[in-house]
Design a protein around this ligand. Structure first.
Ligand code: AMP
Length: 211
């Protein structure tokens, strides 16, 4: 059991969600996954969900104010006291600066992957619109083709995993998120991880990094 505040940094498809799941399963810390939080809102058809859906489907970033609002609320929940892992947040310098004022980040794991791997992972990714479980048609397929192992719902492709949106997401990443590497490097808490390896090997490198 570790008690650490961890940020997972990396391009779309770098494996942040998969690794966050493994860290949570092993160490029992809280997960703060803004993409999943927003998809929950979309599922509920809330005002926030309606606002976020258009932006997300187009592959753009949701405004900082909205993200900081939901993360701030999440951090107030008691399970975050024993450490947390942030998956997909911060994604801009403004988010990182604001976060630095409300919580302390111990380590930032930078999952590095080639563009070739990103495209392979995103084009084969499928998700369950009901329980949000994630699969990959080749790397981690469900037992029954196209059906969620956990709840039996029919799997779908994320709207933003389609080629046009992927292109936009990679541009957004390069422009707005990549500068976070330098931001956290200067703070001396950035650790590079080779995210192109098989899931288990990436996880063991992460385990070594967080000690
Ligand atoms: P993800 O599931 O992490 O790939 O996020 C899916 C989408 O949700 C992103 O492409 C953004 O539109 C939105 N999103 C998630 N987290 C953030 C964030 N920290 N800042 C801005 N937009 C976000």
């Amino acid at each position: 059991m570790i008690k650490m505040n961890i940020v997972l940094l990396g391009a779309p498809g770098s494996g942040k969600g998969a690794q966050a799941e493994k860290i949570v399963a092993k160490h029992g810390i809280a997960v703060i996954g803004t993409g999943n939080m927003l998809r929950e809102e979309i599922k509920k058809n809330s005002e926030l969900g309606k606002k976020a859906k258009q932006v997300m489907d187009a592959g753009q970033l949701v405004p900082d104010g909205i993200i900081l609002g939901i993360v701030n609320e999440r951090l107030k929940q008691p399970d975050c006291k024993n450490g947390f892992i942030m998956d997909g947040v911060p994604r801009t310098i403004a988010q990182a600066e604001a976060l630095g004022k409300i919580t302390k980040i111990d380590i930032v794991l930078d999952l590095e992957v080639s563009e070739k791997v990103i495209i392979e992972r995103l084009s084969g990714r499928r998700f369950c619109p009901n329980c949000l479980a994630v699969y990959h048609v080749i790397n981690t397929p469900p037992k029954k083709n196209g059906i969620c192992d956990k709840c039996g719902s029919r799997l779908e492709q994320r709207e933003d995993d389609r080629p046009e949106a992927v292109k936009k997401r990679l541009q957004e990443y390069a422009l707005k998120t990549k500068p976070l590497k330098e931001f956290y490097k200067k703070k001396g808490i950035l650790k590079k991880i080779d995210g192109g390896q098989p899931i288990e090997k990436v996880f063991s490198d992460i385990e070594n990094a967080i000690g």
